[in-house]
Design a protein around this ligand. Structure first.
Ligand code: ZN
Length: 102
């Protein structure tokens, strides 16, 4: 490829142009990675809240490394997981109260 700044031919894999020192490609760490755990956490939060909760917590931490990718999704997964677990606990309490009343 050719440097966008000075126009000289440089290596295709070059990140910084050796002629003028201008950055021509993104550094590997700057690439936006897909936050897989945030996606998994979000999906699981609907079916298996405890798995969704754990994946969402890790996904939220990973979001920083992924350039903020999946932060909102992981937060949503976290909230949904907690809501389902609260609902589950409430349901157990209601059912056990109802069973005791009988
Ligand atoms: Zn250059």
């Amino acid at each position: 490829m050719f440097c966008k700044h000075c126009g000289k031919e440089i290596d295709d894999k070059a990140i910084v142009c050796p002629h003028c020192g201008v950055q021509v490609a993104k550094l590997p760490s700057q690439e936006s990675k897909t936050n897989v755990l945030a996606i998994i956490g979000f999906i699981f939060s609907f079916f298996i809240p405890i798995v969704g909760l754990i994946c969402s917590i890790i996904g939220r931490k990973n979001a920083a490394e992924c350039g903020g990718n999946g932060h909102g999704l992981a937060t949503a997964g976290l909230v949904i997981s907690i809501l389902w677990m609260v609902l589950g606990v409430l349901l157990v309490i209601i059912v056990s109260c109802a069973a005791a009343a009988l």
